[in-house]
Write a new protein. Structure first.
Length: 176
């Protein structure tokens, strides 16, 4: 277990009025199966481990995923912006030196978080410095709470005639 106890901040219950309370169901350690879809129906699949926790400020949820073979690393953050009254999502991988952010909404009827249609990516330091992201339009994604021990991230785009084309799927199963 090494320095795991010092690496993850102590998780204490959130105040019921904290807008991040909706994310508490994701806290914990998870086994993941990640699938990426590429043109021509080519599919890449691998296993990963996810540590999902709140930073000490209890305003930021961190999703830290690493491939079991150590060839994949993803770090994502979810945060509520009280000035804009929206959730923001930011994530990046070390394979692709770019990060992006998206607006995020919570649908209580479906128990899912949905990301807006336009993902903004910053592929290099100049785009960050100049605040000139590349906007990827036409993609959708959602983080679905299936039950307390399972959730799923799913991303897709719409092809010809409005047909849904999968881009990525991550299946999470709770370890602890």
């Amino acid at each position: 277990m090494g320095n795991y106890a010092r690496w993850i901040p102590e998780q204490t219950p959130l105040d019921p009025h904290n807008p991040m309370k909706k994310f508490e169901v994701f806290l914990g350690e998870w086994d993941c199966v990640e699938k990426s879809y590429f043109p021509g129906n080519i599919q890449e699949s691998f296993k990963a481990r996810a540590h999902i926790y709140f930073l000490q400020d209890q305003k930021t949820l961190c999703v830290d995923e690493i491939g079991v073979d150590s060839t994949f690393r993803f770090l994502g953050f979810h945060k509520y912006d009280p000035d804009l009254e929206v959730y923001l999502n930011y994530g990046a991988t070390y394979q692709y030196p770019m990060g992006g952010y998206a607006l995020e909404t919570y649908d209580s009827d479906k128990n899912e978080f949905r990301f807006n249609l336009n993902l903004r990516l910053y592929p290099d330091s100049n785009s960050i410095k100049n605040n000139s992201p590349i906007t990827v339009e036409g993609s959708n994604s959602k983080w679905i709470v299936q039950d307390v021990d399972h959730h799923k991230f799913y991303a897709w785009t719409l092809g010809e005639e409005g047909r849904e084309i999968p881009l990525k799927e991550v299946l999470y199963s709770r370890i602890k």
